[in-house]
Design a protein around this ligand. Structure first.
Ligand code: G6P
Length: 555
């Protein structure tokens, strides 16, 4: 019974709480050796979490009880584990560069995967070399990816992260339907040297279709309708819809319904990345993810990074009751990693029913958020250290930066990262706070007044991930680690991590509101009103201002 496993974990947690994290460190001076695990140069340090060997044993027993190994095998075997959409989740095939067969319903998907990769390589090489030009024969200097969600966050995050490797045209990403996004992006660009990639798995997403139509008008307006074909490419699973938009099929790169949007950066959705850094480095990125795939499949639980990271997440979420996790990359170029992981994690595991549709009995995905360190330190770390909620932090740091001339910056970055996790663990008690204030020469009354404010409770957990350098390979491996972590957690919670029904209702209601915003009266049937009075009131309020604005003569 899974319930027994949860109960054992909860009973066990009660025995650890009085000891606390600091207590565990005082009792054992080799926690780092015991609770950090590596795959090549990637080290996962769990020692600053409230765990012991017994904790891990109980978590492994829970994982066994939840059939983690069988579920993992089902994913790699292409079983339709996304049951509500009757699809496999076979994104791991996209980085299987060995080409060893991977089957979906008896058919090997690898030939198609490798053919698409070869087409992407040829196309990106032609853009990079300038052999494929714009309508007027000018080399492309700028590439604008138009997509949203999984068709934006992956390539945008990876392109920024791998900027030191970029030697192709400049990349831009337009996702928001807010006209400001495309307007600001296009303002400095020259239509003659700009290529658009319209990226949408379904090719129906309103934001993307609206932005793509605006981009099309921008090209046609500047260069003529006949130029459109030379300035657009597309990435989609819906090839018929792409054809309707008018993009030539030689410039369309497909992928498959067994690749979820938030797992698609490895597919043709990664085309902008390939254009920026070249096919060889993109393949290194895939190679890093593949190394993590093999590790996830082969390593025993006690040495398995995704299993350990996932179970630490479950321990924090379900047993210790922490509702959030902070992602803190100490790498400015990983600034979009928290946003990327928000989609990966929260869209996958933000679920309230089990795979069979019955209500879950345990909490599922936590709130995921974060910012790059050290910036976060000067903003929200106050709450992490002294707030009333405990938020487990995940620190990510490379041993080496990309700026050899600025090694002293990197030393400060590393020192800050380590100091934060140390401070979260260690804290500062009242006596220490008093001692410090007295040593600073404050009079006794000031010491008493300030000391409580200077107390840090400590005992706050964190996880640290370290690799040598954020190379394409290391980044691929890191993302795949997080993907499998989400899978491990989703398996323990017995939810479908590969569907996203929760995004639908808002989309439907937005469609229904459009006529109202265009000034039409909503139809009201005999039963319920179409909109609640708040939504209706706000819509009318906005509508009035919108119309006034659109009728205001230009000065
Ligand atoms: O790639 P698209 O079909 O345009 O979808 C873009 C995004 O929109 C949806 O609403 C989903 O929630 C995301 O999972 C998806 O990545």
């Amino acid at each position: 019974m899974t319930a027994d496993h949860w109960q054992r974990l909860r009973d066990h947690a009660e025995t650890l709480k009085p000891i606390g994290l600091r207590g565990l460190f005082s009792a054992e001076n080799n926690r780092f050796e015991r609770f950090s695990v590596s795959l090549d140069d990637l080290t996962l340090d769990l020692s600053k979490t409230l765990i012991t060997e017994e904790t891990l044993g109980l978590l492994f027993a829970l994982a066994d009880n939840c059939q983690l190994m069988a579920r993992r095998a089902a994913m790699f075997q292409g079983a339709p584990i996304n049951t509500t959409e009757d699809r496999a989740a076979l994104h791991v095939a996209l980085r299987n560069l060995s080409g060893a067969p991977m089957y979906l319903g008896g058919a090997d998907v690898m030939p198609e995967v490798l053919t698409t990769l070869a087409r992407m390589s040829a196309f990106s090489a032609a853009i990079r070399s300038g052999s494929l030009t714009g309508h007027r024969g000018a080399r492309f200097t700028d590439v604008v990816n138009i997509g949203i969600g999984g068709s934006d966050l992956g390539p945008a995050m990876v392109t920024a992260a791998l900027a030191p490797y970029a030697d192709g045209p400049r990349l831009h990403f337009v996702s928001n339907v807010d006209g400001a996004h495309i307007a600001d992006t296009l303002k400095p660009l020259d239509p003659a040297t700009t290529l658009f990639i319209v990226a949408s798995k379904t090719f129906t997403t309103t934001e993307t279709m609206t932005n793509a139509a605006t981009a099309r008008r921008w090209i046609a307006g500047a260069l003529g309708e006949e130029a459109v074909g030379s300035h657009f490419a597309a990435v989609s699973t819906a090839l018929d819809k792409v054809a309707e938009f008018g993009i030539d099929k030689t410039r369309v790169f497909g992928f498959w319904d067994w690749v979820g949007g938030r797992y698609s950066v490895w597919s043709a959705i990664g085309l902008p990345v390939m254009i920026a850094i070249g096919a060889e480095r993109f393949e290194a990125f895939l190679g890093g993810a593949h190394a993590m795939d093999l590790h996830f499949q082969q390593a025993p639980m006690a040495r398995n990074l995704p299993v350990l990271l996932g179970l630490a997440g479950v321990w924090h979420r379900n047993v210790l009751g922490y509702g959030a996790r902070a992602i803190l990359p100490y790498d400015q170029r990983l600034a979009r990693l928290p946003a990327y992981l928000q989609q990966l994690d929260m869209e996958s595991n933000g679920k309230r029913v089990s795979r069979d549709g019955t209500a879950v009995t345990e909490a599922t995905g936590p709130l995921v958020w974060g910012e790059p360190g050290t910036n976060g330190q000067h903003a929200f770390f106050q709450l992490l250290h002294q707030g009333t909620d405990v938020i487990p932090c995940e620190f990510i740091i490379a041993a080496e930066g990309h700026e050899p001339d600025l090694a002293h910056h990197h030393r400060q970055l590393v020192a800050s990262c380590l100091a934060q996790s140390e401070a979260l663990l260690r804290g500062r008690d009242l006596a220490e706070a008093r001692r410090q204030l007295t040593a600073e020469g404050h009079p006794a009354d000031v010491v008493e007044k300030l000391a409580p404010h200077k107390v840090f409770p400590g005992n706050r957990p964190s996880i640290t991930l370290v690799h040598d350098k954020t190379t394409p390979y290391a980044l691929g491996r890191l993302i795949a680690l997080y993907e499998h972590r989400v899978f491990v957690e989703g398996t323990i919670w017995n939810i479908n991590s590969f569907d996203q029904w929760g995004v639908e209702l808002g989309k439907e209601l937005a469609c229904a509101l459009l006529p109202l915003l265009a000034g039409q009266t909503p139809e009201t049937g005999p039963g319920e009103p179409v909109h609640d009075s708040s939504t209706l009131g706000l819509a009318r309020r906005l509508c009035r201002a919108m119309r006034e604005e659109s009728t205001t003569p230009e000065t």
